[in-house]
Ligand binder design. Structure first.
Ligand code: IMP
Length: 196
């Protein structure tokens, strides 16, 4: 069978593809459907944004669709940037702009107050059902960037029990423990029962 990953983000596409390996599924993404274009994330929660993407792509293509929406919740900032993580430093900004803004906002704040978590909501929509799963991971926002892997806020997301930032992990190591990896492992378990 075919599944579409409703994303234009090559980094997410890569991670999602790794997690769905071995399921005998042909995985497509929005790069295979250029006519769909960018989908505006107008929701105020991760679930709303994720569902908005999976419903729209399924309606337009008739192919079962998976979408994710992710936020970085920083406790000192009362959960910001959260659902607005992609646009934290403004519209059409780079990963680096967002990372720099967060480092400036937390400048001088001691490590015990720099706690944060990544949260992902993944949704799956086909003709029979709408499913959703969630994953999160706790960490600490480091004071400077470290590591060359991953994407987005990974170089400043420090995982205390590993003593490393997400950007210092291989994609396989990250997928095992990450917000998106956990949400996908849960979805995978449900899909195996529902689709086969
Ligand atoms: P989105 O709205 O789900 O595309 O994600 C919001 C923003 O969060 C993205 O632009 C990335 O900067 C960041 N982000 C999402 N997933 C990750 C991740 O796994 N690591 C680091 N940053 C991420």
């Amino acid at each position: 069978m075919k599944i579409i990953l409703a994303t234009h983000n090559r980094d997410k596409e890569k991670e999602l593809q790794i997690s769905l390996k071995g399921m005998n599924i042909e995985v497509l993404s929005l790069f295979d459907f250029p006519e769909i274009g960018d989908i505006e994330e107008t929701g105020t929660t991760l679930l709303e944004n994720s569902l908005l993407k999976s419903r729209l792509v399924f309606r337009k293509t008739g192919i079962p669709t998976i979408a994710d929406d992710t936020g970085l919740e920083v406790d000192f900032l009362n959960g910001a940037p959260g659902v607005y993580s992609a646009r934290y430093a403004g519209n059409n900004v780079s990963y680096k702009d967002n990372v720099n803004k967060l480092l400036i906002e937390l400048n001088g704040i001691p490590s015990e107050k720099r706690t944060a978590r990544f949260r992902t909501v993944i949704t799956f929509v086909d003709e029979n059902q709408e499913l959703s799963t969630e994953g999160h991971i706790d960490g600490v926002i480091s004071e400077s960037i470290k590591g060359a892997g991953g994407f987005g806020y990974d170089p400043i997301f420090f995982v205390p029990h590993l003593g490393k930032t997400f950007a210092e992990l291989s994609s396989i190591e990250k997928n095992k423990i990450s917000h998106r990896g956990i949400a996908l492992q849960k979805l995978r378990k449900i899909l195996i029962n529902v689709l086969i």
